[in-house]
Ligand binder design. Structure first.
Ligand SMILES: [Zn+2]
Ligand SMILES: [Zn+2]
Length: 285
């Protein structure tokens, strides 16, 4: 099990799917040859020997004092999706969630870093033919600009809007929050736009330690070294590149622990400067 301690805060990974993927699934540039040549530093940690990228779909569960916060809710079960590997999943995600020591009925807040299909799925689950909130006693926090973008034409017709977003809105569980909102003491949203218009990361500060849960402003550690690599799913590539460049420059060689929502392998690290530029040095979990 992957977990991290940030001062008095803990972060625990609950994995839905993990494995390796061809780099070109995410980045036009990332053929196996280019990945191994340009990103040899990541081989054996975030990249396999065939030049494929290690990736993961996971929820990251924060415990801070008596508060439990779920960051991103993966793909979900029983959902009709265009991506074959994500269609009609029947995975034991909730069993893993409970085995990690968490109770869906005791979650205080669900934070969706953005409203893409692989970040909202377990907002709901199918019960008696209806999409019901998986975390019925929780508040669901969406950044206002993000929700307004995806709930307007033409995006409001996405299946994930109907089965994973609209039901929690209808249940009265959603709070639209600012892109820099405080979620709980030491847990704050940080705007990281570009991948989507209202995309937010989640910053943790406790007892002098700090970490950042990325969401999708970075999909993979190779983007620390190559911030110009834009994901195929970035809505505004110019803005997403700018966000990554500024972030890498700001946090190179500091103590901020980066926890990547889709990073495979060790899933986390710190940005360090080498003769070849910036890389992500894996951190122990
Ligand atoms: Zn995304
Ligand atoms: Zn994603």
């Amino acid at each position: 099990m992957y977990s991290w301690t940030v001062g008095d805060i803990t972060v625990t990974s609950v994995i839905e799917v993990e494995g390796s993927a061809p780099g070109t699934f995410l980045f036009d540039e990332a053929t196996p040859e280019v990945v191994l040549d340009r990103h040899g530093w990541a081989r054996g940690s975030y990249v396999d020997d065939a030049g494929r990228l290690l990736t993961r779909v996971q929820a990251l569960v924060i415990r801070s004092a008596d508060t439990t916060i779920v960051v991103d809710t993966c793909i979900g079960n029983d959902k009709e999706r265009d991506v074959p590997a994500w269609n009609q999943l029947q995975l034991p995600f909730l069993d893993r969630f409970r085995a990690a020591g968490f109770d869906p009925l005791a979650v205080d807040a669900v934070v969706c870093t953005h409203l893409h299909v692989d970040h909202v799925g377990w907002n709901t689950m199918l019960v008696d033919g209806e999409w019901r909130p998986t975390f019925p006693d929780s508040r669901y926090l969406f950044a206002g600009p993000e929700y307004r973008h995806w709930s307007a034409e033409p995006h409001c017709h996405r299946p994930e809007h109907d089965d994973s977003i609209a039901p929690v809105v209808a249940a009265g569980l959603v709070d639209l929050v600012d892109v820099d909102a405080e979620v709980a003491p030491g847990v704050t949203l940080v705007p990281t736009p570009g991948h989507t218009p209202g995309h937010c990361s989640v910053r943790l500060d406790s007892d002098g330690a700090a970490a950042l849960i990325t969401g999708d402003f970075m999909h993979h550690p190779v983007q620390v070294a190559s911030p110009e690599w834009c994901s195929r799913f970035d809505v505004d590539r110019t803005r997403s590149e700018q966000t990554r460049r500024e972030f890498v420059e700001a946090h190179a060689d500091d103590e901020l622990l980066l926890i990547g929502t889709h990073f495979g392998g060790p899933c986390s690290g710190r940005i360090v400067t080498t003769d070849d530029g910036h890389v992500l040095e894996p951190a122990a979990t």
